[in-house]
Design a protein around this ligand. Structure first.
Ligand code: SF4
Length: 479
């Protein structure tokens, strides 16, 4: 066993297994550790602290976690003072089980106390292992919103902003309500203030984050009424927030994820259409196209209503791109149910879709529907058929953009061909193009679309329209 050099700062790595909310939490955990004097490194071999930010939405999350923890046992034993931290949804759900299965874990913290990450790491270094799981967010504690905490963002020009935590729905396949608790909206002014400060630091694109963003404000109005404020009109609506955020001077793009189809309101479409900064992209999760399956899932809408709302959105917002999530093989899904999913997917003409094979998440209603699980071979065949339908509309919709000049934000060199650049259009489409001079990530350019495939566009640079405004981060040597 070796010991670390006491004179150098402690070093950390955060590994994220999960959704955007988890990635955002990871940025905040990193920010808190840095505020406490730790320094980021890429490789566990160089680290003193490894944080695993877990998710139980993804398949086999627990196998992945405990597999990784097995490797970290050897890692921890190799040097004095090393610490293993488990955070996130799976920690919230499994609690004491984490330490029972992996006694070498130093800190277990849940989804409601991310803001205590650095403090718990410091405490465990002195007092030994600590598990701290809160049952619910502390409502008056603004630090419960990840965005209210210091952050080490993955990109300097784009940022996630949490507007709401938790979820009041009960989709049969989803563990989020159990691990993230009830829906709590972040105060309106706090959100706009954060966006203003992000823009002042050079951010030009924000993504508003929540489990069900378009029910934003429901609890704020309830609370105001409860406090006797009869004039509490009208809760601030998500539409109001879009307008307010989109009006922050200097902000070029606003995105949001995810809205719930049952709570989609015309006001949101109007706000999207009338607020220039709000991008022409709607992520609109279908999950299934059969009303019977939608009812089993407790989704709260029918396929027809879903498509009607989608038509309203497209009528209100010019050049709207639409993406979705679809689960194939929900327990009890018949051939006829699946045929309806194919029909709705074809009618919706998605720009792209995240398609998932159903896999049971322990603790959810659907996980108990074992006798109705669909034969994996049948699910696999259905999945392939759905992909054909999705890719057909993706390719067609991308092809329809050939010849147009698109505004793109430059994300950096293309992964496949570093001599080319990759950018993202307002419709959230990737564009690969050549540039004779290096362009800084975060800059905006006009690119003519010259080719299209199902998953990306090809283009030619026309002109740079705005330089990146953020300061370049200088790498800190870990010593
Ligand atoms: S709306 Fe449904 S799928 Fe989305 S987080 Fe809430 S329970 Fe989960």
């Amino acid at each position: 066993m070796t010991t670390s050099d006491d004179s150098s700062p402690r070093r950390y790595v955060v590994r994220t297994f999960g959704c955007q909310m988890n990635e955002h939490d990871s940025e905040r955990i990193a920010g808190l550790l840095e505020a406490d004097g730790l320094v980021a490194v890429d490789d566990e071999a160089d680290a003193d602290v490894v944080v695993l930010n877990t998710c139980c939405i993804r398949e086999n999350a627990d196998n992945r976690l405990y597999g990784t923890l097995g490797h970290l046992k050897t890692w921890k034993a190799a040097r004095d003072g090393r610490q293993v931290v488990v955070a996130g949804c799976l920690a919230q759900k499994d609690r004491t089980i984490v330490r029972e299965r992996a006694p070498h874990v130093d800190v277990v913290l849940g989804t409601h106390n991310v803001h205590r990450a650095a403090e718990l790491v410091a405490r465990a270094a002195v007092d030994g292992p600590v598990t701290e799981i809160l049952e619910a967010a502390v409502i008056d504690d603004h630090a419960m919103f990840p965005s209210a905490l210091p952050a080490r963002r993955e990109t300097d020009w784009a940022a996630w902003v949490t507007i709401q935590i938790g979820c009041d729905n009960n989709c049969a396949f989803c563990i989020v309500p159990a691990v993230r608790g009830e829906e709590i909206s972040r105060p309106f002014d706090e959100i706009t203030a954060e966006v203003e400060s992000l823009v002042a630091s050079g951010v030009s694109e924000v993504t508003l984050l929540g489990q069900n963003v378009n029910s934003y404000g429901r609890d704020l109005q309830r609370a105001a009424r409860h406090a006797g404020d009869e004039t509490a009109r009208l809760r601030p609506l998500f539409a109001d927030l879009l307008v307010a955020v989109g009006s922050v001077p200097g902000l070029r793009r606003v995105r949001f994820t995810s809205p719930h189809p049952k709570d989609m309101r015309p006001e949101t479409f109007e706000a999207m259409a009338s607020t220039e900064a709000v991008c022409e992209h709607l992520h609109y999760p279908l999950q299934a196209g059969s009303d019977r399956v939608l009812a089993l899932m407790h989704r709260g809408y029918s396929a027809q209503r879903y498509l009607e709302r989608l038509a309203e959105a497209r009528a209100a917002i010019a050049d709207l791109a639409v993406s979705t999530d679809i689960i194939v093989g929900f327990p009890g899904e018949t051939d006829a149910d699946f045929a309806q999913t194919l029909e709705v997917a074809a009618a919706a003409e998605y720009d792209y879709a995240y398609t998932f094979v159903f896999s049971p998440r322990p603790g959810t209603e659907a996980a108990d529907m074992v006798e109705h699980f669909v034969d994996p071979a049948v699910v696999s065949e259905r999945y392939d058929r759905l992909r054909v339908v999705i890719e057909r509309s993706s390719a067609q919709r991308n092809l329809a953009r050939v010849g147009r000049v698109e505004e793109v934000i430059i994300e950096g060199p293309s992964r496949k061909d570093p001599k080319r650049l990759t950018g993202r259009t307002r419709q959230n489409k990737l564009v690969h193009f050549a540039a004779s001079t290096p362009l800084r990530a975060g800059s905006y350019a006009l690119v003519e679309v010259t080719g299209a495939a199902a998953h990306h566009l090809e283009g030619e640079l026309r002109e740079v329209i705005a330089d990146a405004r953020h300061r370049t981060r200088i790498a800190v040597s870990a010593g």
